[in-house]
Design a binder for this molecule. Structure first.
Ligand code: DQA
Length: 145
């Protein structure tokens, strides 16, 4: 049976493609879902993508992932920089976790330089645009082989 990867996205990423395209690009989250599903098929991975604007919902998605999926790719968006709750939830997950940021957070405001999620992530991708999700998926295929 194919291994499943959950791609979790935090607040405002539902507006990807419309939101500050000079920073985040023109692709929508639906485009990301389609390209990742296609790549997943090539890699033999099942890919499910979700988005929530609510911290507690993201915590619950991570809890649900504990039973169902082999790996988590997460762009926690602004919660990256604030959420101990998301870090704690990820610490209950045993499989690989890869953190993705579309923009290069290190070239931006200093409050974006710290990530709680990086304390748990096995790897971090930042500044490679939405391609970062695909690169994370390729790494997942290696880690789960
Ligand atoms: C982001 C970077 C965060 O600082 C920001 O709050 C986001 C998106 C990124 O993908 O570059 O919403 O995670």
């Amino acid at each position: 049976m194919a291994k499943t990867i959950h791609i979790l996205n935090g607040p405002n990423l539902n507006l990807l493609g419309k939101r500050q395209p000079e920073i985040y690009g023109a692709d929508t989250l639906a485009d990301v879902e389609a390209t990742c599903a296609k790549l997943g098929r090539e890699l033999g991975l099942e890919v499910a993508l979700s988005q929530s604007n609510h911290e507690g919902e993201i915590v619950e998605m991570i809890h649900a992932a504990r039973e169902k999926v082999e790996g988590i790719i997460i762009n926690p968006a602004a919660y990256t920089h604030t959420s101990v709750a998301i870090l704690d939830a990820l610490n209950t997950f045993e499989g690989p976790v890869i953190e993705v940021h579309i923009s290069n957070v290190h070239r931006r405001e200093s409050f974006r330089h710290h990530s709680y999620v990086s304390l748990r992530a096995d790897g971090v991708i930042a500044g490679l645009g939405v391609e970062g999700y695909q690169l994370a998926l390729r790494r997942m295929a290696t880690l789960l082989a």
